[in-house]
Write a new protein. Structure first.
Length: 98
């Protein structure tokens, strides 16, 4: 069940991780791997990065043969909205699963 939840929210987890600043895809995958385990498969992370870029939440630029990803203003707003509503989300999960 945890794996399914993480996969469904991986895009949000990536945005939250990018609050620290620009990160490469491998840094994101490694950071998420340490937090959520095997669910942060690099291919799944890549897929989410592509989606988030197309949606305008992140940008990427090439630096020394790797892509660095960063939040756009729209991405920062999304993260703020998610963090502002975390208590509501936590309450929803608790009501659903307990």
């Amino acid at each position: 069940m945890n794996e399914r939840i993480v996969k469904n929210f991986l895009d949000i987890l990536i945005l939250i991780e990018l609050r620290r600043g620009s990160l490469s895809d491998s840094e994101l995958a490694t950071g998420l791997l340490g937090k959520v385990g095997e669910v942060a498969d690099p291919h799944l992370v890549e897929s989410n990065l592509s989606f988030l870029t197309k949606e305008g939440f992140i940008t990427n630029r090439s630096v020394e043969n790797q892509k660095l990803y960063a939040l756009t203003d729209q991405g920062k707003e999304k993260v703020k909205a998610v963090l502002d509503s975390k208590n509501k989300l936590l309450g929803l999960f608790l009501n659903l699963f307990i």
